[in-house]
Write a protein that binds this ligand. Structure first.
Ligand code: TXA
Ligand code: MG
Length: 319
């Protein structure tokens, strides 16, 4: 298959929506990372996502919708969902809510769970495709499973060229890290940290959400109720050493703060800048000669939690 390069003109957006309606796969930018979209109602298209990414079928997908009204077609809506959605949608927050009986999603979207992960992206191209398409788009990050997430169209092409129908090859992703995932089934719980922090959610919820610990999912297949993420993920080709206070010989140096290094996530120690740069710089440093990457310590507070979550998985032994 040859992968079409689309732009963000209205006619290309219509083409993207038509490819989706026809059962095809289209990668598109969101404010977090590029998503690999399929019609969430079409079982064959959803199966094709898993195949193109080489993704394990027990790991469910996020349904992207244009607005709260579209979300309500798929999930049982609650007052808490309304408050949180009003505060953070459109934006980098995914809510896990009970699946409606009449949702009519392809079963593989939820990997058979009674819940569904859903979000309204803020990126104008994602919004335009969703409005044109008119129903839910299932979309994981547009990278081969286990690899570094794509923040540029070039990353998508590098990983998936020839395996998907089209990519909207324009625009960057300014947040640079995947959405925060908040489960509202039972006690509000952060399943994946992201750029919307526990402190921000706490202000809207009135109490701090629980946080699923990163090490809780060591057993990658056990916890089917909250599949979360795999421990080894975002893996560069090289090995990764974290919390490097000093550099060792032969290491490619990914710095943070005022340090001498090959690439710096944020010379001024700004966590927002570091989050936005993380995947882009992991792609860049992986492409430099050498097979050892070392990363400066990143403070483990606020947005630093999300950055360290991704780094820890990038450094985990590959399975
Ligand atoms: O920012 C993002 O969220 C990006 C863009 C494209 O929207 N998408 C993304 O998708 O990161 P993906 O597939 O790479 O990650 C989805 C995560 C997985 O960790 C999956 O286990 C979790 O969402 N998930 C999906 N459905 C779930 C559910 N019903 N319960 C718990 N976790 C769920
Ligand atoms: Mg992903």
């Amino acid at each position: 298959m040859s992968t079409k390069r689309l732009t963000d003109t209205p006619s290309d957006i219509r083409t993207a929506a038509a490819i989706l309606a026809d059962g095809g796969l289209v990668a598109f930018p969101t404010e977090t990372v590029f998503g690999l979209g399929a019609d969430a109602h079409n079982p064959q298209s959803v199966a094709d996502i898993y195949a193109a990414k080489g993704r394990p079928s027990f790991n469910p997908l996020i349904v992207h919708v244009a607005d709260i009204a579209m979300a309500q077609r798929y999930v049982h809506w609650t007052n808490t969902a309304q408050q949180v959605a009003q505060a953070f949608w459109p934006g980098p927050l995914t809510l896990v809510l009970p699946l409606r009986d009449d949702a009519d999603l392809a079963p593989a979207v939820t990997a058979g769970l009674p819940t569904v992960a859903i979000r309204v992206p803020r990126h104008p191209i994602a919004q335009a495709v969703l409005r044109d398409f008119g129903r839910g788009i299932a979309a994981p990050s547009a990278n081969p499973s286990g690899k570094i997430s794509p923040t540029q169209a070039g990353h998508v092409i590098q990983g998936l060229d020839g395996k998907i129908d089209a990519v909207i090859a324009t625009s960057q992703c300014d947040e640079g890290l995947e959405s925060t995932i908040l489960s509202l089934v039972g006690t509000p719980t952060i399943l994946r940290p992201g750029t919307i922090t526990a402190a921000q959610l706490s202000r809207v919820l009135g109490t701090p959400p629980d946080q699923r610990s990163v090490t809780a999912d060591h057993d990658q297949h056990a916890d089917i109720q909250a599949p979360g993420q795999l421990l080894s993920h975002y893996a560069p080709n090289g090995s990764v050493r974290l919390n490097a206070e000093i550099w060792r010989d032969g290491e490619k140096r990914l710095g943070f703060g005022a340090v001498a290094c090959d690439l710096n996530l944020s010379p001024t120690s700004d966590l927002r800048e570091a989050a936005a740069n993380l995947f882009t710089m992991l792609h860049q440093i992986d492409a430099l000669e050498g097979d050892k990457i070392a990363v400066s310590p990143i403070p483990n507070t606020g947005l630093g939690l999300a950055i360290n979550d991704r780094l820890m998985r990038a450094a985990a032994p590959k399975t």
